[in-house]
Design a protein around this ligand. Structure first.
Ligand SMILES: CC(=O)N[C@H]1[C@@H](OP(=O)(O)OP(=O)(O)OC[C@H]2O[C@@H](n3ccc(=O)[nH]c3=O)[C@H](O)[C@@H]2O)O[C@H](CO)[C@@H](O)[C@@H]1O
Ligand SMILES: C=C(OP(=O)(O)O)C(=O)O
Length: 429
C-alpha cells in the first residue's frame, strides 16, 4: 500500500478567514475506543462522530486483520464493530507500524486470546517514545513480555497472560495511552487494580465513560489515582466521540494567523486548557455560546511563552502550531518542549519560509514578526504538517507541503474545511 508521500497540500496565503467550521471527533479518544470495543465478546459497538482520518482507517484495517468485523461509514461518521470473531493475536507490522494507536489493541488481545504479538508500533517520530510503563504494568498484572528477533533483523514482542490479575500499578509520568492501556487491562482482570499517576486528558475521561457504559467499574477518573474493580465481561454499546481539542486549537490558530472571525461548532474552550489562555494573551478573542466557539483576531499578535505539559497544561500537540503562529507575533516568543525530546523539526521548515527560529535542545526562541514566503516544505510528522498549513495561510505566494499523509493521519477534510472559511488550499495527488 502506498504511504501517500506523493500527495501534497498546496496553500496560497493572504486571505482572512470568515465563516463556520465543524470540529472533528477526537483522534486520541476514538483510537482507544476502538481498542476497547474489541473487548466485547458479543454484540456490535457503534461509535459516532468518528473523525475520518487515516489513523482511523488504519485502526479499522487492523481490527479486520485480527478477525473483527469493522465497518466505517464515512458519510455518517459512524464506526460499527463486531468483535465476536476475533481470531489472531498478531498486530502485523504493515498496518500496526503506521500509527501509535495500534498498541491500544493489546489489552483486548490479552483478554480475548491470552496473547498479543506486536510486530510494530507507529506514530509520529518525536524522539524517544518508550512503552516501558505499559509493559511494566502488564507484567505487574501477571503477563510475560518477551522480545523475539528473527534472522532478517525484524523483531516482535510477545505479551502473554493466562488471566490478568488486578494489583497496584503506576506510571512514572502520566502517560496518555499508558493510562488507557492499563485501564482496559484492569477492567477485565481478576480483582481490584489501583493505577497511580494517571493522565487527566479529556480523552482519557471519554474512554472511561465508554468503558463504564460497557460495564467496567472504574472510579477516580480525572484524578491521579484510578481504581478499577475487574468484571467478567464487557458489553457492546453506542457512544459519541468527544470533539478533538487539537483540531480545535489548530482551527483557532488558523483564524489567529490569518486574521478574521470564525465560529467553531462543537469546540470546547475548557478542553484547550492553558493553550486557550496563551492564545488570549497573544490577542485572540473567544466568545463561547453553548457548543459554538467564536474566535476573532483583529489586532497585532503579541509574543508568548509556552511550556508544554500534561493536561491541563499546554498540549505538546499544539506546540508546532503555536511556533508557526508566534513567528507572526511582534517580539520574541519562547517555547520549552517538556514532553518529547525531538519535536522541533518544524523550525528548519519555518526558517525556509522566512521565520527566525533559534533552537537550543528542547527550547526555542522565535523572533517575530518576519514576513513568510511560500516554499516547498516537509511535514515531518502530523503537527509539523498542520503548523505548515498555518504558516502557508500567512505566507506570500504558494506553499507546498509534502506529505499530505501525515496531516491526514489526524485532521479530517482539511482542504474542504479551510476552503469553506475562505482559505486557498487544495490537496493535490
Ligand atoms: C494516540 C495518542 O493518544 N497519542 C497522544 C499520546 O501519545 P502517547 O500516549 O504515546 O504519549 P505519552 O503520554 O505516553 O508520552 C509522554 C512521554 O512519556 C514517555 N513515555 C511514555 C510511555 C512509556 O511507557 N514510557 C515513556 O517514557 C514518552 O517517551 C513521552 O516522552 O499522548 C501524547 C502526549 O500528550 C500526545 O502527543 C499524542 O498525540
Ligand atoms: C503525536 C501525535 O500522535 P500519535 O501519538 O498518534 O503519533 C499527535 O497527535 O500529534
Amino acid at each position: 500500500m502506498s504511504l501517500g508521500h506523493e500527495v501534497r497540500y498546496r496553500v496560497r496565503g493572504g486571505r482572512e478567514l470568515r465563516g463556520t467550521v465543524f470540529v472533528q471527533g477526537a483522534k486520541n479518544a476514538v483510537l482507544p475506543m476502538i481498542g476497547a470495543s474489541l473487548m466485547a465478546t458479543k454484540g456490535r459497538t457503534v461509535l459516532r462522530n468518528v473523525p475520518i482520518i487515516e489513523d482511523v482507517r488504519r485502526a479499522v484495517e487492523l481490527a479486520q486483520a485480527i478477525g473483527a468485523k469493522a465497518e466505517l461509514h464515512e458519510a455518517e461518521r459512524t464506526l460499527v464493530i463486531d468483535a465476536s470473531t476475533l481470531t489472531s493475536p498478531v498486530l502485523p507490522a504493515d498496518i500496526a507500524a503506521r500509527f501509535r494507536g495500534s498498541f491500544l489493541f493489546v489489552p483486548a488481545l490479552l483478554h480475548r486470546l491470552g496473547e498479543a504479538v506486536i510486530e510494530g508500533v507507529g506514530g509520529c517520530n518525536l524522539g524517544s517514545r518508550n512503552l516501558d510503563f505499559h509493559y511494566n504494568g502488564f507484567k505487574r498484572m501477571g503477563a510475560t513480555v518477551t522480545e523475539q528477533v528473527t534472522d532478517d533483523g525484524t523483531g516482535s514482542i510477545h505479551v502473554k497472560a493466562g488471566h490478568l490479575q488486578g494489583g497496584t500499578l503506576y506510571l512514572d509520568t502520566p502517560s496518555h495511552t499508558g493510562t488507557e492501556n492499563l485501564l482496559m487491562a484492569a477492567s477485565l482482570a481478576h480483582g481490584t487494580t489501583l493505577i497511580k499517576n494517571c493522565a487527566l486528558e479529556p480523552e482519557v475521561l471519554d474512554v472511561i465513560t465508554l468503558l463504564q457504559r460497557m460495564g467496567a467499574r472504574i472510579t477516580g477518573g480525572g484524578t491521579g489515582f484510578i481504581t478499577v474493580e475487574g468484571v467478567d465481561r464487557l458489553t457492546a454499546v453506542e457512544h459519541t466521540v468527544m470533539p478533538d481539542r487539537i483540531d480545535t486549537g489548530v482551527l483557532v490558530m488558523a483564524a489567529a494567523i490569518s486574521g478574521g472571525e470564525i465560529s467553531l461548532v462543537g469546540a470546547s474552550l475548557e478542553h484547550l486548557g492553558v493553550a486557550g489562555d496563551k492564545l488570549e494573551q497573544m490577542g485572540v478573542e473567544f466568545h463561547s455560546q453553548g457548543a459554538v466557539l467564536q474566535v476573532r483576531r483583529d489586532r497585532p499578535l503579541r509574543p508568548i511563552n509556552v511550556i508544554t505539559d500534561e493536561y491541563p497544561g499546554f498540549a505538546t500537540d499544539l506546540q508546532s502550531p503555536i511556533m508557526a503562529l508566534s513567528s507572526q507575533a511582534e517580539g520574541e516568543s519562547y517555547i520549552y518542549e517538556r514532553i518529547f525530546d525531538g519535536r522541533f523539526k518544524l523550525a528548519e521548515e519555518l526558517v525556509r519560509m522566512g521565520a527566525d527560529v533559534e533552537v537550543n535542545g528542547n527550547r526555542a526562541k522565535v523572533h517575530g514578526v518576519t514576513p513568510l514566503r511560500g516554499a516547498e516544505v516537509v511535514a515531518h510528522d502530523l503537527r509539523t504538517g498542520s503548523a505548515l498549513v498555518l504558516a502557508g495561510l500567512a505566507a506570500e505566494g504558494e506553499t507546498t507541503i509534502t506529505s499530505a499523509y501525515y496531516i491526514d493521519r489526524g485532521h479530517a477534510h482539511v482542504a474542504e474545511r479551510l476552503t469553506a472559511l475562505g482559505a486557498e488550499i487544495e490537496r493535490i495527488a
